[in-house]
Design a binder for this molecule. Structure first.
Ligand code: M6R
Length: 364
């Protein structure tokens, strides 16, 4: 059942501190402050390339992983949506590995991309939530998410647990390649271990999102923007909003704004910005200025330090807990989920069974 919640999606959003914690328990040794992956049967220190592929929200998790793997582990990554990878006949390097991400483990395009990569001689890894699924069975090694059953069509807890597993994979590859010192691995592991507590703090702010959602529910279009490892969260925020509220939404890399999307800005277009403090904060805030100067209504998600530097013209400020920039993409998933959820509730749409969508897409 829904355990007292109004929708499965809401229940699943609120389960995140617990299921992130469960997933961390099976991947991080809290005493040694280092990750311990299941046996992956390939040399993670020696991959010429990791090819990542998935669909929808699982693809967006993979995009965050690309930022982490390249920046932190110095691992070259290629990523593509599965419906493209399966047909574009990309050459995959000898000795490479390919990683597929899927909540259901049944998505047809992801499975087809997996089979293509296998035929290209890649070692097949997968991050799945259903361990007996076909994608799990056809993989050389499986890194499970411990999200428990996800019923809502809009993926929430599967996404954040995928991110946790991918963060741990990043640390494991970084260690194997010698890109990460033991101290740095310990610091990043600690940042991960703090996520359940910080996520609970965000959920305690739930009421703050309801008023803003009333405003979003009136909009015809909503833009999302962010930079770096938060950029995929702009895509995820937009995808969640479209799926369940049917409002047109687009996510952009903030630096792309002046290459086109800024033409859309007027006082009717809300712009949700994910900008935690960190090396890219000032760059993102200068994009916020550009939006404000054109009358755009900015909803700024940041921490106290980031908000203190933001323009007075920002319409709404949401103060999130400050975390290590490494784990910010995990934490910022929650506010974008809550915004989409409350907007859909305000519009009265069918949150758990949005029109035209299926929980698992087993036909092309
Ligand atoms: O089961 P999978 O993770 O392979 O599903 C992939 C996508 O179909 C899925 O993430 C979809 O985009 C969700 N409805 C997003 O909320």
């Amino acid at each position: 059942g829904k355990g007292g919640y109004r929708h499965f999606m809401q229940k699943e959003i609120f389960e995140q501190p617990a299921v992130i914690g469960d997933t961390l328990t099976s991947y991080v040794d809290p005493l040694k402050r280092r990750v311990a992956l299941p046996e992956v049967s390939c040399d993670l220190g020696n991959l010429p390339r990791l090819t990542i592929s998935a669909c929808g929200t699982a693809y967006i998790a993979g995009l965050v992983a690309k930022y982490w793997l390249e920046q932190i582990a110095r691992q070259p990554v290629e990523i593509d949506v599965a419906s493209e990878l399966r047909y574009r006949e990309a050459p995959l390097p000898e000795g490479g590995a390919a990683l597929f991400i899927s909540q259901s483990g049944e998505t047809i395009d992801t499975l087809a991309a997996l089979r293509y990569a296998k035929a290209e001689g890649q070692h097949i890894l997968s991050v799945v939530n259903v361990p007996e699924s076909i994608i799990a069975r056809e993989s050389n090694a499986v890194l499970p998410t411990l999200a428990g059953p996800e019923i809502g069509v809009a993926s929430t807890k599967a996404f954040t647990t995928q991110l946790v597993v991918l963060a741990c994979l990043t640390l494991a590859i970084g260690r194997a390649k010698g890109s990460l010192t033991a101290n740095r691995e310990a610091a990043l592991s600690e940042a991960l271990l703090e996520v359940p507590q910080r996520a609970a703090e965000v959920l305690a702010m739930d009421a703050q999102f309801i008023g803003i959602a009333q405003e979003l529910a009136e909009a015809r279009d909503v833009l999302y923007m962010a930079r770096g490892s938060l950029y995929p969260l702009a895509l995820e925020g937009a995808l969640k909003l479209k799926e369940i509220s049917y409002i047109h939404a687009e996510g952009y890399a903030a630096g792309e704004l002046k290459h086109g999307p800024i033409a859309l800005i007027d006082d009717l277009v809300p712009v949700v910005v994910c900008a935690p403090s960190g090396p890219l904060l000032t760059k993102t805030l200068s994009n916020v200025e550009e939006v404000v100067a054109r009358g755009g209504r900015v909803i700024l998600l940041s921490d106290a330090e980031g908000l203190a530097q933001a323009s007075d013209g920002v319409a709404h400020r949401i103060e999130l807990p400050k975390v290590d920039p490494f784990v910010a993409p995990i934490l910022y998933a929650l506010p974008v989920q809550l915004l989409a959820y409350h907007t859909a509730v305000a519009k009265g749409t069918d949150v758990d069974q949005p029109r035209n969508l299926a929980k698992s897409v087993t036909v092309e």
